[in-house]
Design a protein around this ligand. Structure first.
Ligand SMILES: Nc1ncnc2c1ncn2[C@@H]1O[C@H](COP(=O)(O)OP(=O)(O)O)[C@@H](O)[C@H]1O
Ligand SMILES: [Mg+2]
Length: 354
């Protein structure tokens, strides 16, 4: 059988560049070399494209922070990608998980793994994904939405009426609608970058200004007191959901350091959660994935609220972490799908959908 020519793209211009290198090299290491002829593509932080020239069989996982060597500039990335049958963009965050690279692949008519343009961009934007999930009647944390406007801000209410406000007025709105503590998030973000938990007015102002450095759109969300759990979904039309895994963060919440640097953070698979709650989460995960018109894969993140057992959707990640110890592949492993089999399934889903 002829090998499938598979482009694997990693790195990228987002704050999750390093994580993507680890995900991408894990994918390459675990692909069946008898089935795939691999075209490894690295994008640096500035957006330059390179071929990773290391001998495919020798490619090992590059850990976060480790430098990538043996790269050669690609003069014409589109021409290079045209040689492939299918592309796996193992890119997280902006310019990778947000519909931009997906748009480029649509333009050159190449099948690719994962969500299409719309679902990718909606899920990258925490404010806009809220609107869709609200429409699907999926419970989420209460929130307010503001936009940076020069030195001031615009408060956008749930009917999209806009009002220019200062930080004092925002804190009044937060106190009236949410109460402390609240999470302050750049709408477009990932890996917890730019996200903080504010417990008072002073912190709220400080964290809003900080979040505004990453994105003009800012989401302020009620803090949920509960257990953080994640569910993996896989499929195009017939979507399957895995069991669930729990995050035991080494810090107050799952910050960048808690995710990638603090080895005291743990994941528990399967999560020790009553069966009926697991079932509800699995169903809601599929519903959320369908609501955003997802394709291929996503990891859907929730909180189970302590006092009420309510299930609240936090976010859908259309290209979740893909290292061997990442939640997404581990959740499928628990279901009996090995990492390399999972890759085959994803690539087949991409080819089927074309
Ligand atoms: N409303 C919330 N209540 C409690 N914790 C939250 C809330 N929102 C986010 N968090 C914590 O912050 C982390 C990052 O937030 P998230 O919205 O998932 O952003 P990112 O896209 O950067 O992962 C979550 O994993 C969780 O630990
Ligand atoms: Mg998250």
């Amino acid at each position: 059988m002829e090998k499938v020519k598979l482009g694997v793209i990693f790195g990228g211009m987002s704050t999750e560049h390093d994580v993507s290198i680890t995900s991408g090299t894990s994918v390459i290491k675990n692909l069946d070399k008898n089935k795939y002829e691999i075209y490894p593509v690295y994008i640096d932080k500035k957006g330059n494209w390179f071929v990773y020239t290391k001998k495919i069989e020798d490619i090992d996982v590059i850990e976060v922070g480790e430098e990538i060597k043996e790269i050669t500039k690609i003069v014409n990335p589109i021409e290079y990608l045209q040689e492939c049958d299918v592309i796996f963009p193992v890119l997280h965050g902006l310019y990778g998980e947000d519909g931009t690279i997906q748009g480029m692949l649509e333009l050159i008519n190449k099948p690719y793994v994962g969500c299409r343009v719309l679902s990718s961009s909606v899920c990258m934007d925490k404010v806009y994904s809220k609107f869709i999930f609200e429409n699907a009647n999926i419970e989420q944390a209460d929130y307010i939405y503001i936009r940076k406007y020069g030195e001031k801000y615009i408060y956008v209410d749930n009917e999209f009426n806009e009002k220019i406000v200062d930080l004092n007025e925002i804190s009044d709105i937060v106190e009236e609608k949410l109460g402390y503590p609240v999470f302050v998030k750049p709408s477009n973000s990932g890996s917890s970058i730019g996200i903080n938990k504010a417990v008072n007015k002073k912190e709220l102002s400080e964290y809003i200004e900080f979040a505004a450095k990453f994105d003009k759109k800012i989401l302020i969300e009620e803090a949920i007191d509960g257990r953080e759990v994640e569910c993996a979904v896989l499929g195009n039309e017939d979507v399957m959901a895995s069991g669930i895994g729990e995050i035991l963060s080494a810090e107050d919440f799952y910050t960048f350091d808690a995710k990638y640097k603090n080895s005291a953070s743990r994941t528990v698979i399967p999560a020790d959660v009553p069966k009926d709650i697991v079932e509800k989460i699995r169903k809601t995960a599929i519903k959320a994935f369908k609501a955003i018109d997802g394709k291929g894969l996503s990891r859907v993140d929730f909180f189970i609220e302590n006092k009420t057992n309510r299930i609240l959707l936090i976010e859908v990640n259309t290209m979740p972490g893909f290292t061997q110890i990442s939640m997404y592949p581990k959740l499928w492993e628990q279901e009996g799908v090995k990492y390399s089999e999972l890759l085959d399934k994803l690539i087949n889903l991409a080819l089927e959908d074309k």
